[in-house]
Ligand binder design. Structure first.
Ligand code: GRF
Length: 199
């Protein structure tokens, strides 16, 4: 039985990375094999260390100008799927091409609204509140060469209440992310496995 190897890309606190690592622990079809980050102080590094997952730190310059170095590392670890969990750099085209339909991202709003360059973290929540939307949510999608425009796999919503602030909205969105991102990754692996069985 094939075990799919997953690389997690994370630049920040890594709370989603941790939930994914924990969910994959004991799942027979996939495992987290590598953490890639562009920040030496990314919280996700601690989570990787605690779970004996190797990690690599690449500079922004390496990412953007020498993606072959990242591809080399992905090949070295025989990575099948890339999971972006708060990764702030655009994934270079050469990596998207090699991993076509095998890169997944989470966005803290209901795409196609409130996506694109510069739309991350609290900027997203602030924009949703400024626009007086009745709801926000999360979007889990495949990655293509345009920011936040890949095929949508899943969305979950939460209503925006009277007096909602960036802080309260951030908390609600994070809860949705932690609940759903690991499950959608499991779903994706199961789908890939089914397709591989059919071919
Ligand atoms: C999440 O809100 C996710 O939607 C976005 O980056 C954030 C990462 O948070 N892409 P964490 O580092 O996993 O805590």
């Amino acid at each position: 039985m094939k075990k799919y190897k997953i690389a997690i890309f994370a630049s920040g606190g890594g709370s989603n990375a941790l939930k994914i690592i924990e969910r994959l622990d004991g799942f027979p079809l996939a495992e987290a094999n590598l953490l890639i980050t562009n920040k030496a102080d990314a919280g996700a590094i601690e989570h990787a260390k605690n779970h004996n997952i190797p990690y690599r730190i690449f500079s922004r310059k390496e990412f953007l100008e020498h993606p072959e170095v990242i591809l080399y590392s992905l090949r070295e670890h025989e990575i099948d799927i890339i999971v972006l969990a708060g990764f702030l750099l655009k994934v270079p085209e050469s990596i998207v091409t090699v991993y076509s339909d095998r890169i997944v991202n989470i966005h803290p709003a209901l795409l196609p609204d409130f996506g694109g360059k510069g739309m991350y973290g609290d900027y997203v929540h602030q924009a949703v509140l400024d626009d007086k939307r009745p709801e926000s949510g999360i979007t889990i999608h495949l990655v293509n060469n345009h920011y936040d425009e890949g095929h949508i796999l899943f969305q979950a919503k939460t209503p925006i209440k009277e007096g909602e602030t960036v802080e309260t909205l951030r908390g609600k969105i994070q809860k949705l992310e932690h609940k759903w991102y690991p499950e959608i990754i499991i779903f994706l692996v199961n789908e890939l496995n089914k397709q591989a069985g059919e071919n």
